[in-house]
Design a protein around this ligand. Structure first.
Ligand code: HEC
Ligand code: HEC
Ligand code: HEC
Length: 435
């Protein structure tokens, strides 16, 4: 992965050069991927079908993403998750007898996933998304358990959570559960196709999309209808609504484009960034074609009745003085710092630099993610479909808050985009988090 800032004169020949390199890398990585696939098949010969299915389902649930520290042993826990209630440290779920779940039975595991209770009866915190996993079937839970039990045990003692008063109180957790947790099962909607139901089952259950894409109340409970979007706890990122056409609703998209976003993390008008890039990289890219397709069918149906051509954001009939000033000053900054990659027309370069024109991640009401993208830079996820993503450099040290506000206001209102202006205070606020 690399940053690449082109000077405009060299753009054409450079683009061709990098294109050739990209094709070469694609060819090479396809060979490597084949070799790895063959290897994995060999090493899983003799393992039960349940274990294989469990390995796949653990990917869908992204168990490894949370239960692994950077550079640590997979599933051995120790990853620290910051939330507004304190820091949760994920436990070891390898089959080690002393420090992991080696002594657990299928029943114990089912109780954890389905009811949020540990083997010793302790109530678990919903930082473990059992509020969503409760919809996973017993059969799928057993397969995941069989897979976890087939791993090599890792001896790694669990660290205690570091949760603020009063959230560390056991009785508060019991009250929380009584108020907000309902043990459940996925109930198929008979009026819908089997594919739609498969997609709904994955999105609502193991995929735990609602763990981020929802508004939470002060006690961290999901507040509104499913997938309506919200600020992620303990992070500054905003997870957009998956049902609103103004945010990330995909009612007006072709199924193929939704599938491409979920598997490669980048399409001509969207890119998965920040925490969503992680979800694609660690989990969604590994889904089978059928399951990705099913997810896309379900996601599309969440906002099916809305035309994709409806304008987004605020509409300005006349350009106000304040807007004109932002557009002038912001436009100059854009030309200097952004245009080489995102283009003077804001259309980017397909599959390499995302379009900012017509990009709902840029125009949606909450400016948080756009500001974070400019401050922190970033990469689309590394996936089989996009093995060496081009990155964006961070501008935190390059631009002052006022300048970030101007350039962000500019891209939210140039090329037919229409959205609210952003102030230096918004930029400052977005620097407060820990992501
Ligand atoms: C968003 C992060 C996250 C994801 C994803 C996640 N977990 Fe966890 N898990 C946690 C946290 C945090 C705890 C500790 C909760 C507590 O101690 O109250 C936990 C606890 C557990 C426990 C209880 C262990 C014990 O010793 O009591 C099990 C079992 C478990 N997770 C399995 C899984 C499986 C299986 C998956 C994937 C299907 C998964 N987790 C995905 C964060 C996560
Ligand atoms: C860890 C939190 C988290 C989880 C879990 C999560 N998302 Fe997201 N998602 C985000 C954030 C943050 C964004 C906004 C950044 C962006 O646009 O990529 C986002 C953006 C998206 C977008 C819009 C991308 C774009 O740029 O148009 C889609 C579609 C999406 N998520 C689907 C899903 C689905 C489906 C799942 C479950 C399989 C899921 N998300 C799970 C955090 C999450
Ligand atoms: C070197 C090329 C490069 C430059 C220069 C650059 N960007 Fe980017 N930009 C990218 C890439 C690559 C991504 C995708 C990164 C990601 O997904 O995190 C991106 C992503 C973004 C996004 C997020 C889009 C989305 O859908 O989530 C915004 C907003 C953005 N850039 C704005 C800017 C602005 C404003 C500037 C100038 C201050 C700028 N970029 C300069 C390459 C660049």
């Amino acid at each position: 992965m690399r940053y690449q800032i082109f000077s405009s004169n060299h753009w054409k020949c450079n683009a061709l050069f990098w294109w050739c390199i990209a094709v070469l890398i694609l060819a090479l990585s396809a060979m490597v991927a084949d070799a790895i696939a063959a290897d994995t098949e060999r090493s899983s010969e003799g393992q039960g079908e349940g274990v294989m299915r469990g390995a796949y389902l653990a990917r869908v649930g992204n168990c490894m993403g949370c239960h692994t520290t950077k550079g640590g042993q997979p599933f051995a826990g120790g990853r620290r998750l910051s939330t507004s209630f304190g820091i949760f440290v994920t436990p070891n779920i390898t089959p080690d007898m002393e420090t992991g779940i080696g002594l657990w039975s299928e029943e114990d595991f089912w109780q954890a996933l389905h009811q949020g209770r540990s083997r010793d009866g302790r109530l678990l915190y919903p930082a473990f998304p059992y509020t969503e996993y409760t919809k996973v079937t017993r059969q799928d839970a057993d397969a995941i358990f069989a897979y976890l039990q087939s791993l090599s045990p890792v001896s790694q003692v669990n660290s205690p959570h570091d949760i603020f008063f009063p959230y560390n109180s056991k009785s508060l957790l019991a009250i929380w559960r009584a108020l907000y947790f309902k043990e459940g099962a996925y109930e198929p909607d008979q009026s819908k196709s089997e594919t739609w139901n498969r997609g709904a089952y994955l999105v609502q259950g193991l995929g735990h999309c609602n763990a981020c894409h929802t508004t939470r109340n002060i006690l961290g409970a999901s507040q509104d209808e499913a997938l309506a979007g919200g600020q992620i706890m303990g992070m500054n990122w905003y997870a957009p609504s998956l049902s609103s056409h103004l945010e990330a609703g995909s009612g007006g998209w072709e199924i193929e484009e939704i599938v491409a976003l979920l598997t490669t993390g980048i399409t001509k008008r969207a890119v998965a960034s920040g925490p969503m890039a992680t979800v694609v990289r660690q989990s969604l890219q590994y889904l089978s074609q059928e399951d990705t397709y099913a997810m896309a069918v379900y996601l599309k149906s969440l906002s099916e009745n809305v035309s994709s051509n409806m304008p987004g954001g605020v509409s300005f009939s006349v350009m106000s003085g304040s807007l004109r000033k932002h557009m002038d000053l912001g436009g100059k900054l854009y030309e200097e710092y952004c245009q080489t990659c995102h283009g003077s027309d804001g259309k980017g370069v397909p599959g390499i630099y995302p379009a900012l024109a017509g990009n709902r991640g840029v125009t949606m009401d909450s400016p948080m993610n756009v500001i974070l993208s400019v401050l922190n830079g970033g990469y689309p996820p590394t996936t089989a479909g996009n093995p060496r993503p081009y990155g964006m450099p961070p501008f935190q040290q390059v631009l002052r808050n006022e300048e970030v506000a101007l350039v962000v206001s500019y891209i939210r209102n140039a090329w037919g985009n229409r959205s609210s202006l952003v102030s230096a205070v918004d930029v400052d606020r977005s620097k407060g988090g820990n992501y």
